[in-house]
Write a protein that binds this ligand. Sequence first.
Ligand code: ZN
Length: 175
Amino acid sequence: MKFCSQCGKPVIQRIPEGDNRPRHICEHCDTIHYQNPNIVAGTLPVWDDKILLCKRAIEPRYGLWTLPAGFMENGETMEEAAARESIEEANANIELEDIYTIISLPHVNQVYIMYRARLLDLEFFPGSESLEVRLFSEQEIPWQQLAFRTIHYTLKNFFADRDLGKFRVHTHSIY
Ligand code: ZN
């Protein structure tokens, strides 16, 4: 950040009184611009023994496969964000189930929150951010062409839990 979003004057970086880390501060209007992690919300849509994946039509990781997920918007709930991303990327009609993975990515200031979801029909088709959307069985998952380690982690746990017959929430950090 170079300029104050409140008044347009240049900002400086320093530790505010009573704080313990540098912040962008506007000395003109006294605004402290806090920056905090972004939440990525997504789903793991299931149909029988298969999972819906999307082939990315956008950078980063163009052409690689991912679960429907994206940045939460202001004014949304977690559940609304996860469902919206599933529509935007795959036009997938889903019913959300429980939270499944919560993954901290401190190096990029993100937290992934992925829900298990039930795919309600097979009417899905690629949204503008996807080249292709299709169902994969465990054997068909393109493990070497997954876009993100968060997706790899979520899928790996899903199949392991499914084998055990019991899903639990997994929290994890990726550095
Ligand atoms: Zn200002």
